[in-house]
Design a protein around this ligand. Structure first.
Ligand SMILES: NC(=O)c1ccc[n+]([C@@H]2O[C@H](COP(=O)([O-])OP(=O)(O)OC[C@H]3O[C@@H](n4cnc5c(N)ncnc54)[C@H](OP(=O)(O)O)[C@@H]3O)[C@@H](O)[C@H]2O)c1
Length: 321
């Protein structure tokens, strides 16, 4: 089978496709034939080592000092190719989707995963490409909007950077939760933002809409506390999806400011969170928007697009073997 691997921290050219034997599932494991996998902002950050200011050392301590020692690829959609001993919860040929998570390993034609791990049947309402794209922005948006910011029906939500993985999910889920959704995006993406459910869209390069907003999701951290503070209603919550070390420490030490709250951090990627997102999909509240779809052989090109932080929707590579 073909697998992608990183040889060093660096540009997209440091990712290579090589041959490897197809793994065999051990007891309790499932062999998956991967059909599609997302190439995310997270994949690009792990490959390049470029993370918000102050977090570089933490990244390298976690995944490798000199080169990323994790395998590329965080999520996948595909079919069950074989079952390890004792697995009764999946059947050969079944369509599934799931997460390889922080340790990675989905950018390959086959992978093994624990049957009791982050693996779910892929519903008929999602294609392999949508299944691959499903979790990255969706889990983040759902956790920050529902659990952390407590977005309530009728509240005013601003999604700053509304059409990528996280922003696109935040617009849809915010709308589904009954919020009035304002969005910012570059002009080429205004139609997409409206299609995802934004009530109004403006170009972030012309400044922010005036507000006030009850919740602001600042996808790229472009507003920060200083930029968002004048736009926040009393009791407003600012979600910094992208935050540097100082902002993370600041929100941990001083989350409450002038009756408003600043939220940062990472989201969970466990089975209950995955099931909750699936329930949102089944209730009509979330289907990931697809952007570029590339063959697996073009994975370096996919990384180059992912690290632009301007892709519309989600970027997916498809395996054709
Ligand atoms: N905290 C967490 O747990 C978590 C989880 C997932 C991702 N992230 C981080 O969240 C960020 C976004 O990830 P993603 O996958 O959603 O990326 P993405 O798909 O590349 O989307 C980026 C979005 O940001 C917009 N944007 C770019 N520059 C902007 C600016 N100066 N002002 C306002 N909007 C701007 C883009 O809009 P246009 O294309 O219209 O320019 C696009 O909608 C990344 O930094 C990623 O590392 C954090």
């Amino acid at each position: 089978m073909k697998i992608a691997s990183y040889s060093a921290y660096g540009g997209p050219e440091t990712i290579a496709i090589t041959d490897a034997p197809i793994p065999r599932p051990a007891a309790g494991e499932v062999l998956i034939r991967v059909r599609a996998a997302p190439v995310t902002a997270g994949d690009a950050r792990m490959r390049s080592g470029k993370v918000p200011r102050g977090l570089g050392l933490m990244l390298r301590l976690a995944i490798g000092l000199r080169r990323p020692r994790v395998a590329p690829g965080w999520a996948f959609a595909g079919e069950v190719a074989a079952l390890g001993q004792g697995v009764t919860t999946f059947t050969p040929g079944q369509r599934v989707f799931g997460l390889t998570g922080f340790k990675g390993g989905s950018h390959r034609e086959f992978l093994v995963i624990k049957a009791a791990g982050p693996l779910l049947p892929l519903p008929e309402t999602l294609t392999f490409e949508e299944g691959a794209a499903f979790f990255f922005g969706g889990l983040t948006a759902a956790e920050f909007l529902i659990d952390r910011a407590g977005l309530a029906p009728g509240e005013r939500l601003l999604v700053a950077g509304a059409t990528g993985s996280v922003g696109g999910a935040a617009v849809q889920i915010g709308r589904h939760l009954g919020a009035h959704v304002s969005a910012t995006a570059s002009p080429a993406n205004h139609a997409l933002a409206r299609k995802l459910g934004a009530d109004e869209v403006t170009d972030y390069r012309n400044g922010s809409p005036p507000g006030p907003f009850d919740v602001i999701v600042d996808v790229m951290g472009a507003l920060g506390w200083q930029g968002a503070r004048p736009l926040l209603a009393p009791k407003g919550r600012l979600v910094l999806i992208t935050a540097d070390l100082a902002q993370m420490l600041g929100s941990a030490l001083r989350p409450n400011r002038d009756g408003r709250r600043v939220l940062t951090g990472t989201n969970k990627d466990d089975l209950p969170s995955m099931r909750r997102l699936l329930a949102l999909h089944q209730a009509g509240g979330y289907t990931p928007a697809l952007g570029p779809i590339l063959p697996f052989a073009d994975i370096a090109k996919a990384h180059a697009i992912a690290e632009s932080f301007h892709k519309p929707g989600n970027l997916v590579v498809v395996m054709t073997a």
